[in-house]
Design a protein around this ligand. Sequence first.
Ligand code: GLC
Length: 550
Amino acid sequence: MGDRWYSEAVVYCLDIDTYADSDGDGVGDIRGLIGRLDYLARLGVTCLWLHPIHPSPNRDDGYDVTDFYNVDPRFGTLGDFAELLHQAQNRGIRVIIDLVVNHTSDEHPWFQSARSSPDSPYRDWYVWSDHEPDDRHQGMVFPGEQHETWSYDRTAKAWYYHRFYRYQPDLNMANPKVREEVKKIVSFWLQLGVSGFRMDAVPFIIELTEPGNPNSPKDFEFLTELRQHVQWRRGDAVLLAEANVEPDQLPTFFGDGSGSGNRLHMLFDFMLNGRLMLALARQDPEPVIEALRDTPTLPTGGQWATFLRNHDEIDLSRLTAEQRNQVYAEFGPDEEMRIYDRGIRRRLAPMLGNDRRRVELAYALQFSLRGTPVLRYGEEIGMGEDLSLPGRHAIRTPMQWSYKENAGFSTAEPEKLVRPVIDKGDFSYQKVNVTAQRSDPKSLLAWFERMIGTLREAPEIGSGSTTHIDVPMPPGVLAHRADGPTGTMIFLHNLGTEDVEVDLSSLAPEADLPIDVLTDRGYGEVGKLDSLKLAGYGYRWIRLCRGAAF
Ligand code: GLC
């Protein structure tokens, strides 16, 4: 493995409350997760990203924090968390946690104090206005569920700013005391042993909010400052950021332009995510080819994090209206599948019609593209969504472990569960669960284990450079390659339904005993690369050659 572990990592994200309940109270907990670490090790993941673990009134699934220095008592204790870190480390698995410091819960003692009096030492920790700001009804992140970004607080007798829900007042990052506190929070968790943070809502963290100015300036220096702090405290810790911004702004989040990556190590590739969805919907790789071509050059050490699904909606806001409608037509035809006028609240398997070939194709493609793959819990067994649940909860149902009641997630009475398990239809736990799949070598879970194992033997995917192979291709087929010191891999993915034949003989001079390392079926010899068969929705990962030293 190269020096930068995150470039060759496989990240798995989960919510502790819906993963595994060890004490039968209906809520997943840390001890439950510890009990599943062997499962995760066998799957091959090398890093867990835990959604917020802190005490919270839980109105936004934990993204509304009341104490940054503790774990939610529903999940266990800090002692349990330290044990989790130890047990994960024993299995070679790192842990990163969500760092949600754009805002706190309005129940956080800081906000309670701040609102109580203009003289509170915490007053200036939040963003206030004495008069109603003109941009009160602009910049909402959750249209339909959120109606304003400035709300009047009667106790404070002032307006406060909240980029997200009204119970999530924004912290004032212009205040040096707040910046110091964020560094203290980060230090605390690094000291306990986390390997870094998934930073929530970064473009909003660095916003220097001015009442009445919907385009307030941003303070990128804070990211440079935080990076230095993190790296000084722990050399191998990473910052993986959510920054869903226009492509031309992305490089500024990685570094200050001096050529060094001195801000965030990794950014989720939201642009690629939208293009992947469009490509899958159209059965045409062109949007992905464009995404590869338009990717800004990253400073040394900068890395993309790729994903198909996360805990939020699939955000299609950066597609044109026409493109978005194509994706809606294919993957979110019913109004109830859509959310916030921009996205889809579904899991991948149901979006792809539960077509096993297409699910494999989509994940093989994601994992073979440049960057570090992030996989959401339950996707490895092809879980579905529950559209009867409100908003994003549709895709946040408990992990389906077995045929037992409550999907083996908990022994509590069903009505006590944090969220109901899916028990109807093609995605019910009776049909989709870990127990069924772990003993079946043909299952999706077994496929994920194999695919991830193959990826980990091909470090050029994460650490090397990825390019589109620009030679004539049958419609629907994407050919790309990854090159690094360890060698070269080539990839064929057929997004269309037709069986085709591909000619990559122009690469033959570079080949040194080329072989298929991952395919959807047996295709026979790779030969001279001049007549590579590829089935509809098929894929072939081919090792072209190894680097001299490998
Ligand atoms: C991020 C999270 C989302 C949360 C929001 C507010 O966008 O991904 O789940 O609701 O921030 O913290």
